[in-house]
Design a protein around this ligand. Structure first.
Ligand code: PA5
Length: 425
């Protein structure tokens, strides 16, 4: 389990402190399926379900793709790509020699980005994993048509063998297309919303193709969800959910998620969607933003230290580094850095994190530390389970349905009308 340290937030709590009793009620609503959106809580059982159904198939498909292709083009948007991208950038930021490149499209409507990806792909062998639960989202549909055309030009009547569709088990345009063409399909379960789907085939197939050990991820996630069933204020998900709701009640309505690993960038994007889409509704919600330390201390540090006091800061810290890099000694010490000689860069980073915490807390920014043992498969699983559970608990604590996203439809309606889609008003 991750560890949550609230010592940097305690000075900002009122004497009552975080409302753990409400966190307990919210947790109960979730597991007893008595809360709003209970029909979308299947993510709690994804690890065991995936093992019993699709995991072997996912591994076989990944092996096939790895053996024949230089790239996997992943077509998807929002919950249909952010988890996989977060995992791959976190765990495989520097692909090994045998690892196919994972190229993400379908998450924008940019001719330049699409053209750039096509150029990057060149004439390399590739496969496509198109991911859309609804099967009707415009951005991935546009990219998919373009990459399907490319597959057809390249592989002719074998093109269909290079398409893997992850979609609803029964409904939608993508499902109908997949059935008509005989594409290999994987399922986005009915009871799992996009932003909670990373531990299904949605996240696991691209992760496995990238060379991540997804069986390790799933085994760890199963154990994590069990451990997180703890009904006590010691539960890190209760701590995090209750602390941020308490701080929100005191006017801290923006949360910045920070990490000292640059490879965490897309995990933060995944987290932003998870919390933004789950909590930002009915006029309520903590605005989720992210920063990358130490880089952003040199761009956003001023604002965090001295801007409006509406920010709370949650910092993901990995206790152990995957690499050791002792700082070199230099006899002449021309740059005056010998006081660091022999110390590991990871140690320097931990000291920097402590120094930043002290400064930000003194400057009026409540600080929550989320500590993960290692940037590995188990660490990734621990983060996913923790953030998902805490998000659901936090959403229920604030009285919203954390599992719907009605607001996302507004722009789509206008866009379809303006683009002249038949029947759009
Ligand atoms: O979390 C969600 O439900 C959304 O972000 C969706 O994942 C996103 O809109 C993509 O939808 P779909 O998978 O239906 O194409």
């Amino acid at each position: 389990m991750v560890k949550v340290d609230l010592s940097g937030a305690a000075a900002f709590f009122t004497s009552a402190g975080p409302n753990y009793a409400l966190a307990e009620v919210a947790h109960k609503m979730l597991t007893e399926r008595s809360g709003l959106g209970a029909e979308f809580t299947g993510w709690l059982e994804l690890p065991q379900r995936v093992k019993a159904t699709e995991l072997d198939d996912i591994l076989a498909a990944a092996q096939l793709i790895r053996s024949r292709s230089k790239a996997l083009v992943v077509v998807g948007i929002g919950g249909s790509y952010l988890g996989a991208r977060g995992a791959i950038e976190l765990l495989k930021p520097y692909p090994g020699p045998g690892d196919p490149r994972i190229l993400f499209v379908g998450n924008m409507l940019s001719a330049d980005a699409l053209g750039g990806t096509l150029e990057l792909l060149g004439d390399a062998d590739f496969d496509v994993n198109v991911i859309s639960k609804s099967g009707t989202t415009l951005e991935p549909a546009v990219s998919f048509r373009i990459f399907r055309e490319l597959l057809e030009k390249k592989y002719g009547d074998k093109a269909d063998e290079h398409i893997f569709a992850t979609t609803d088990a029964h409904r939608g345009v993508l499902k109908s297309l997949a059935d008509a063409h005989g594409w290999k399909t994987f399922v986005v379960p009915d009871d799992v919303g996009g932003r909670f789907s990373v531990l299904s085939a949605v996240g696991l197939l691209p992760m496995a193709v990238a060379g991540i050990d997804v069986r390790r991820v799933i085994d760890a996630a199963q154990a994590e969800f069990q451990a997180l069933d703890l009904r006590s204020p010691e539960n890190p998900a209760w701590k995090y959910a209750a602390a941020r709701q308490h701080l929100y009640g005191k006017g801290y309505n923006i949360e910045i998620l920070a990490c000292y690993e640059p490879s965490f960038r897309f995990m933060a994007e995944w987290w932003k969607q998870l919390y933004g889409e789950s909590e930002g509704k009915d006029g309520k919600g903590i605005f989720p933003a992210s920063v990358e330390f130490t880089a952003d201390l040199h761009s956003m540090g001023q604002f965090i230290q001295s801007g409006p006091r509406t920010l709370m800061e949650s910092v993901v810290r990995f206790s152990h580094s995957r690499r050791c890099y002792p700082f070199p000694f230099e006899a002449e010490d021309t740059d005056g850095l010998n006081y660091l000689a022999g110390r590991d860069i990871a140690e320097v980073s931990h000291v920097a994190a402590d120094a930043v915490k002290e400064a930000h807390v003194a400057g009026g920014v409540p600080n929550i530390v989320i500590e993960v043992p290692m940037r590995d498969e188990e660490g990734f699983a621990a983060l996913v389970c923790f953030f998902e559970l805490a998000c659901a608990i936090s959403g229920y604590m604030s009285g919203v349905n954390p599992f719907d996203q009605p607001g996302v439809e507004a722009y789509k309606k206008n866009m379809f009308r303006m683009l002249g889609k038949p029947g759009a008003k």
